[in-house]
Design a protein around this ligand. Sequence first.
Ligand SMILES: [Zn+2]
Length: 676
Amino acid sequence: VESLEKLSHIESISLWYEHLESLMAIYLSQVPSARAGNVFPDVSLYDHSRIVAAIAAALYCYHADNKTLNVEEIKNNELDKFLLVGGDFYGIQKFIFSEGLGAEKNRAKILRGRSLAVSLYTELAADLILRDLGLPCTSLVFNAGGKWILIASNTEKALEVIKEKEKQINEWLFDVSLGESAFGITYITAAAQDFEAGRFKNTWDKIAEKWAEKKFKKLDLDKFGGEIKDFLDKFQNDLEPPVCAFCGKRPSDREASQKRKEEGRAICRICHDHLFLGENIVKKEKLAITSPDADIKGEKLLVPIFDSYQVSFTSGELNALAKGGKLYRYWTIALDESGNLAKDITVRPLAGYVPVYRQEDFYDDRILWTRKSEAKKEQMIVEMDEGKIKTFEHIAVKSLFMKKENEKVMPVGIPALGILKADVDHLGKLMSLGLKREEYTVSRLAALSRQMNQFFTVYLPYLFMTDQRFQDIYTLFAGGDDLFLIGPWNRITELSVVIRDKFTEYTCHNEEIHLSAGIAVQKPNTPIDRIAEIAESALKQAKKNNRNSITVFGETVKWDDFKKMREFTEKLSSWFESGFINNAMIYRLNTFIDQAEREQEVLERKEIYREDMHCLKWRAFFRYITERNVGKNLKDKEKRQAKDEFSQVVKWIEAYKGKLRIPLWEMIYNNRRGGR
Ligand SMILES: [Zn+2]
């Protein structure tokens, strides 16, 4: 009640209402909606209230529009009074990963900005429709991972608004993405009885079908803009370069380049806006969405979203704007380490987590040890600025270790990026078949979707913020049911297991719910679309392994085996540290693994040829090599012990074969000398 009194913006009811909704999420999302009688209390009061509000609002609009606001008409459950409207952003990947030349040092910043832009476009596409229909924010019942569903009334007016807004959104997007991205809106009609348990399953299947159909057909591009008018005339050849250095697609713009003089390269209006978003999302706490003509001081977008929304990162109360109806949304976007959430305005944790330069980075010598030119090192030092997003080069350097050898402290390892792409397996199936028909209700589905989303948008950023090991993890995207992270490669492999374990815990060890992941290890200057491709194909490989798996260094294993591999890495490292084995021995192991794989192939065939015989002898070679090389630095009894201990590797190879390349590569990369 105390928090309720402190809610801001009572002068604008729609704004205040969204703050109230956020407050309810904080206090009521863990309170059951029904306790009395023989009910299973699995839907929270928060989710239940949201859905009730959505249905009530649509119902009111329907009857108000038809001038039938009387009890009898309202009680009619058979008329198709509702519209379930679905929105879907197509071409997200292409939109995020387009890259120009010569703007590498800003990649981390602009990618973060684009990812935020996609979230804003998706959310504001729904807002555009809701606002015009006079529906509140709670009418948006699902919203995760670039897709949403809202509930509206089935009236002429609503159908017209949907059509008109779809056109407005796509004309704008067509211009901005040069036809590479689009927003699909689809709908079905429904009666009150279609929301009842037992019937809602069919309703859901219908909308899912419509969605798939629309995605398949994509959009009629000629309808939205067709060819871009005067495209070539938009290029100004005196700008350097005339094609934006950041996206490599759109024409550079004089005003944008002027505002971004410090970049040294000409830039287009949209990339200007993405840099602005990427830069501010990490340092500002609040984000305001206003009408384009709102009087906002300080920086803002050059191109208002859909020509209808301005975005800025102002702080303060903004009461005057709210009163004038020009402040549409006002969000707290950052989470903090205490885990406390803002209670005066809406919490929307869009900021995710990205690493920024801290004091301790200025005392970190690892940059100086990389095999880079002096000029490059100098540039990397100049780039460091407390509170700014770290570049991918700086993140990669954090995978090196400093080790003391022969009285000298030297870096070991390779400065590379690990790129982790992961998503929940069979989410579509979980959503459509995970609940019994009689339990299949819109509030249960909404709760499932919201909770899944929260693992990625609330829990993970909090984990990165509070766990020292993961403070250099860059979140490109985390939401809905998927994840795209970039970090020092060895922190990423470590993190993948932690995410899997936490997710298992979060889903109460339900064996039907699991995720798959793919990790790519790449140099930080690899083109970003290439990086995305490699990570994507690693994820696909994991999915092919009957899911619930991870692919790393080209090898795919189930999660439990991956944990085993990590134990092997530790064992190998400890032998290496104590001098049992040397580098040459590690490389030998790789040969034995090859031969063991070959042996398996041979044994599976009916006949054995003479030239196959070699691989069958790997065990003998293994013993011979072990006798000669293991524990060279040790004496008698200890030497024998070392050899016996190392002999267990034969069993590892027999049991895991190629999978053992995972610990091997991890070892090799972590122990490479000279920071190459
Ligand atoms: Zn651009």
